[in-house]
Design a protein around this ligand. Sequence first.
Ligand SMILES: Cc1ncc(COP(=O)(O)OP(=O)(O)O)c(N)n1
Ligand code: 3NM
Length: 211
Amino acid sequence: MSRLFGLYLVTPGTPMAPADLAAIVERAIRGGARLVQYRDKDADPATRIAKAEALLGLCRARGVPLIVNDDLGLAARIGADGVHLGRDDPDPRLARARLGPDALIGVSCYADLARALDAATAGADYLAFGSFFRSTTKPNALRADPALLRGARKTLGRPLVAIGGITPDNGGPLIAAGADMLAVVSGVFDAPDCEAAARAYTRLFPTEDSR
Ligand SMILES: Cc1ncc(COP(=O)(O)OP(=O)(O)O)c(N)n1
Ligand SMILES: Cc1nc(C(=O)O)sc1CCOP(=O)(O)O
């Protein structure tokens, strides 16, 4: 599994043919996205399988991991690289038992360091915090202060993901505060040029040589 660092692309739940979704994600990968999450709350089961499989084929061809939001069953069924779990989802230990030792398991921690410590103990591979800014994708998300990332960096010993309303203009300070990845939906999917948008986020991260 490649190091967790850089742009983390999360798909929107907008109705779209699997091939169209994959085409946008492919452009974002060309722009530097290093991890993809299939997140789709509304599609019917058959559509979810078709979209997740289309993304998995693309991600495998590009060497980028694909994880599934919420749905451990779907992740297991298609052989995804892992799963992202929130507070209403299965325990990370259950996900590990089902998906195996190499699966990538991420956990939403909102603004809650105690939850993050529990998730790390339960075997989470990364811990996600947010929402750092107002998100049009999830307007009612709990808000987190960027200062939280500094404390999380000191105490958690796991890669940190920042999410929520992140743009190329406001993302830099989150990386400076300790975020290893910036997770983004609308900043890429709503952009007129997804590849250029992804590249603008990618440029915020230090290059491999300077880290
Ligand atoms: C990278 C990342 N961080 C946070 C979330 C939010 O997960 P969750 O709290 O489970 O909410 P939903 O995504 O299910 O609405 C995420 N999906 N990805
Ligand atoms: C899925 C999700 N979870 C959040 C959280 O705070 O836990 S914010 C969010 C949406 C992120 O989309 P955008 O980049 O368009 O703001």
